[in-house]
Design a protein around this ligand. Structure first.
Ligand SMILES: Cc1cc2nc3c(=O)[nH]c(=O)nc-3n(C[C@H](O)[C@H](O)[C@H](O)COP(=O)(O)OP(=O)(O)OC[C@H]3O[C@@H](n4cnc5c(N)ncnc54)[C@H](O)[C@@H]3O)c2cc1C
Length: 416
């Protein structure tokens, strides 16, 4: 477990070696410059498309590479070890596709996935709002059903103001289109992404039961980008606000049924959290490798600083953190691969994401310490690793929320 390829079969080892060689050659060299200039390099998405990585964990039947969840963690760890920002862009792109693979109609899959797989379109996942982060079910972006003539449908499915008997209770799902109004914040890959999975509510008083998912294209009238998020880390992965002001989305772009959006979101987040755990493992490993090399390089008091026992213990503990993160990440992926019930996968994913992101924070902080002043300089790129780690304790569910999910699993409480 000290080596990323320990215990892998020949196919997985070849996959890991291929992605590592690619990441070191193509992704790692520009990482410091991209962070300094906050530059999203779209060509890297194209390069990952050529390797077949953009739909890595999806079945071949929908155009994916058919990788298991475990194999996908190997890929993501290698990309993140080269640049966490690129790994997060990739993970978000895959998170966008995941619900389309799970919930999409054959027509939606055929229409939506190929451009994403080829890297011609980049995907984003739009859940968070100014008043709804951890409490995602409190989101306020409104989806108003419209009839074929563009007029609003009432709660009973009739056009507002129409006379005659009420329509059937489910008539509203026959809406021809939906009008979206509201604001999303912190949406990774925006504004560069062309495709957005947007969660909106038909009725805020219904909580999670009102939430519905929509596939929205950049350029839709009434949909624009707000402020760019000025981030501490992963600065080469863009993030921005989305503003919906009367954006009309055809009903053919509703993913899942009305009111199923919260389940759509949760169904993808288990896989997403395992991938983020793998990215954190790669980030922590990168910091460990940099620090270990520096302990041989740097001399003090007539010897390599690798001779100092205090630092030797720190390196050992950093390796322990990386190995623990990797073990829990692969454990969660194995839980997913054996088809365990959703709640079990969710708890394993939470445990892995929380542990791995905390490990990344600790290992990258220790790496800065082991580098001394050089670690604090932006020139060496070690402080970047520490800044990149912090966000992972917050996005895809804060680590406090993940403690709650694990506690629910242990105490036998069904999440509400
Ligand atoms: C770099 C970055 C990228 C992101 N990318 C995306 C994206 O692509 N798409 C998207 O939709 N969102 C994205 N987000 C948003 C992210 O998902 C939210 O920031 C996160 O869910 C936390 O929500 P919040 O910021 O509103 O914090 P809050 O929910 O307001 O949390 C504030 C504090 O309260 C704690 N807290 C909240 N609820 C509980 C609880 N039940 N138990 C214990 N403690 C609790 C939190 O842990 C935190 O410490 C991103 C965020 C960041 C930082």
């Amino acid at each position: 477990m000290l080596d990323a390829f320990d215990g892998l079969g020949p196919d997985e080892r070849l996959l890991g070696e291929t992605v590592r060689a690619f990441a070191r050659k193509v992704i790692a060299p520009g990482a410091i410059e991209r962070d300094e200039t906050e530059r999203f390099d779209r060509s890297l998405i194209g390069a990952m498309a050529e390797l077949g990585l953009l739909a890595g964990p999806f079945p071949e039947s929908v155009g994916g590479a058919g990788l298991s969840a475990a194999a996908w963690t190997i890929v993501v760890e290698e990309i993140a070890a080269a640049d966490m920002a690129v790994a997060v862009s990739l993970c978000v792109h895959v998170l966008h596709q995941n619900p389309v693979v799970r919930w999409g109609t054959p027509e939606q899959k055929a229409r939506w996935l190929p451009a994403l797989q080829a890297g011609q379109a980049l995907g984003a996942f739009a859940l968070t709002e100014p008043g709804a982060g951890s409490d995602a079910a409190a989101l306020r972006t409104r989806a108003t059903p419209l009839g074929a003539d563009g007029r609003e449908l009432g709660a009973d499915g009739r056009e507002l103001g129409a006379d005659g008997p009420p329509a059937a209770a489910d008539a509203r799902s026959d809406a021809a289109a939906y009008r979206l109004d509201g604001t999303k914040i912190w949406i990774s890959n925006a504004p560069d992404a062309e495709r957005y999975l947007v969660f909106a509510t038909l009725d805020p008083s219904r909580g999670a039961a009102g939430i519905t998912a929509f596939l929205v294209e950049k350029g839709t009238p009434g949909f624009r980008f707000g402020a760019h998020e000025k981030k501490m880390g992963i600065r080469a992965c863009p993030a921005a606000e989305l503003v919906f002001d009367g954006a009309v989305v055809p009903a053919a772009n509703r993913l899942g049924g009305e009111g199923e959006g919260y389940r759509v979101a949760l169904s993808a987040l288990g896989d997403g959290r395992i991938a983020i755990a793998a990215a954190c493992t790669g980030l922590a490993r990168a910091a460990l490798e940099r620090a270990a090399a520096y302990l041989h390089e740097r001399r003090a008091f007539g010897a390599e600083i690798a001779e100092l026992q205090g630092l030797r213990f720190m390196i050992a503990e950093m390796a322990q953190q990386v190995a623990t993160a990797r073990a829990l990440t692969r454990g969660a992926a194995a839980t997913r691969d054996r088809g365990a019930p959703g709640a079990e996968v969710a708890a394993a994913a939470s445990l892995a994401k929380w542990t791995a992101s905390d490990a990344a924070m600790r290992v990258t902080t220790d790496a800065v310490q082991l580098f001394g002043g050089a670690g604090y300089s932006r020139e060496t790129g070690v402080e970047r690793l520490m800044r990149d780690a912090k966000g992972a304790q917050i996005y895809e569910g804060t680590n406090q929320v993940h403690r709650g999910i694990v506690a629910d699993a242990i105490l036998g409480r069904v999440p509400g």
